[in-house]
Design a protein around this ligand. Sequence first.
Ligand SMILES: Nc1nc2c(c(=O)[nH]1)N(C=O)[C@@H](CNc1ccc(C(=O)N[C@@H](CCC(=O)O)C(=O)O)cc1)CN2
Ligand SMILES: Nc1ncnc2c1ncn2[C@@H]1O[C@H](COP(=O)(O)OP(=O)(O)OP(=O)(O)O)[C@@H](O)[C@H]1O
Length: 179
Amino acid sequence: MAVPPPSPKAELRRDLRARRLAFAGDRQAIDLHLASLLAQEGPIAGYIAHKGEPDVLPFLMRAFYLGHAVALPRPGTETLEFIRWHPDLVMEPGLAGIPQPVGGEPILPRIVLAPLLGFDRAGHRLGQGGGYYDRWFAAHPDATRIGIAWSVQEVGALAPEPWDMPLHAIVTEKEWIAP
Ligand SMILES: Nc1nc2c(c(=O)[nH]1)N(C=O)[C@@H](CNc1ccc(C(=O)N[C@@H](CCC(=O)O)C(=O)O)cc1)CN2
Ligand SMILES: Nc1ncnc2c1ncn2[C@@H]1O[C@H](COP(=O)(O)OP(=O)(O)OP(=O)(O)O)[C@@H](O)[C@H]1O
């Protein structure tokens, strides 16, 4: 049987993955934008960067040592759980080889830094396609949704899916975008 042609979304994801991996971005420029979040109440959730995603761990460490609760995601079957980070938290390779907490205390973040594959200026996002962030955002509509991406991941306009929760902000090395 013939293999179905790739969907436009799958092609877009492939293109954006390549762009993200090839871009040598200034991580500290993203940190400078994120610093404004330190004035807000947490907990604040990030992620362990993989395949060219901006590394937000130094920012999370800074937040932690300033007294904020910080958290890392652990994917379950369909949605995410966020686990409180502390220096002794044990991690193991999880989905796609991304380190994830073993055990630990589940907490509810107020601010979520979500890694993006693509975004547009209206705050629509394209992720890995697992629906993990989509489902978590739908179940926790009061959390502040902040997308993290390199500027080269911007696309003209993403057609929003019915389940999409728009981002409150997108942070790139160039700017803080508030749709
Ligand atoms: N750093 C990071 N952590 C994260 C995510 C993420 O996108 N980035 N997630 C976001 O949901 C969750 C984990 N879910 C993920 C789901 C799928 C893939 C994934 O499929 N990555 C492959 C592509 C697979 C393919 O060939 O289609 C890859 O590594 O390129 C990665 C993470 C939670 N943690
Ligand atoms: N709130 C929701 N409830 C149930 N299913 C959902 C919900 N949101 C998304 N999904 C499902 O998740 C799948 C992936 O959605 P989509 O292609 O938009 O991924 P994505 O936004 O790139 O993924 P992610 O959220 O992991 O970054 C879709 O099949 C969709 O049906």
